[in-house]
Write a protein that binds this ligand. Sequence first.
Ligand SMILES: Cc1cc2nc3c(=O)[nH]c(=O)nc-3n(C[C@H](O)[C@H](O)[C@H](O)COP(=O)(O)OP(=O)(O)OC[C@H]3O[C@@H](n4cnc5c(N)ncnc54)[C@H](O)[C@@H]3O)c2cc1C
Length: 298
Amino acid sequence: MEVISMKPPKFSYLRPNDLAEALDLLAEYGEDAKIMSGGQSLIPLLNMRLSTPRYIIDIGRVKELHGIKEEEDAIVIGGMTRHVDVEKSELIKEKCPLLTEGIRWVGHTQIRSRGTIGGSIAHADPSAELPCILTALRGEIVVASKEDEFTLTPEEFFLSYLLTSLEPDQLIKGIRFPKLNKNSGYAFEEVARRHGDFALVEVAAVINLDKDGKVAEAQIALGGANAVPFVPLETEEFLIGKEPNETILKEAATLQLEDLDPEGDIHGSKEYRRYLTGVLLQRALHTAVKRAREGVVV
Ligand SMILES: Cc1cc2nc3c(=O)[nH]c(=O)nc-3n(C[C@H](O)[C@H](O)[C@H](O)COP(=O)(O)OP(=O)(O)OC[C@H]3O[C@@H](n4cnc5c(N)ncnc54)[C@H](O)[C@@H]3O)c2cc1C
């Protein structure tokens, strides 16, 4: 373990070599520490003095947190795995294509070369792509501390804007992204002002069709529209059992727009973001249904 004093702001830099050491450090210094993975969000916060931890725990060397593994029904990605490795993974492209489609929207190539899956989820920006995708997929966050290891659903994990239920002695060990079912289609839609910017709003959707071509399951998440990724449950229920023609998809897309509470700013008013969410949802549902039809095994 190395301890180096740096500035600005002044902090002690701790670099554990394995998971046990990282969890020990968190147990000892967690209240006054910040984990650093890719540093793409943390370093700007430090530079702007919006975060002033006494300790930085750099988990870059913790091998147990790197990598992509296939389980029976999910792809499990280590918290320290970089966006670029997810983007380029053939396994993920085949088994979890919504993630491949959505991760390309995260910043620029340089950001994706350093930024990590665990960092994006822990940062909990409501406009970030990965929280939205994870919520649509009904994935899980694997949390570890010195004492414990357990999983949380996105609803349990994301509490508000940049706020999660992680305790100071805990870290994200990995994320479980469920695999796409054979009769399912998926889509990710986003509008950002410039390429690489955070989304104004975004939509992730998975549609599963039964053998008659009707909707068996609908999983939707809307990002940038509320303080945490929003699951429009009534919309999902409305779609189930229906033939997903354009009239139905259009109706579904506007059903819960009033439940959205996006922040309005110079880039787009609250009303515009609500409207845009409806447009993107209709597009996402259309694409997901089309892909599900193409993939249906009768
Ligand atoms: C110019 C620019 C554009 C960007 N555009 C986008 C975008 O369009 N979409 C998007 O989603 N992101 C965007 N980002 C953010 C980027 O995706 C970051 O990679 C990501 O938000 C954080 O990942 P990181 O690995 O860099 O985390 P860090 O910056 O190292 O950490 C971020 C936060 O998460 C905590 N943390 C990190 N890892 C863990 C862990 N394993 N367990 C617990 N806590 C942890 C840290 O303590 C810190 O609070 C952008 C960043 C920049 C600089």
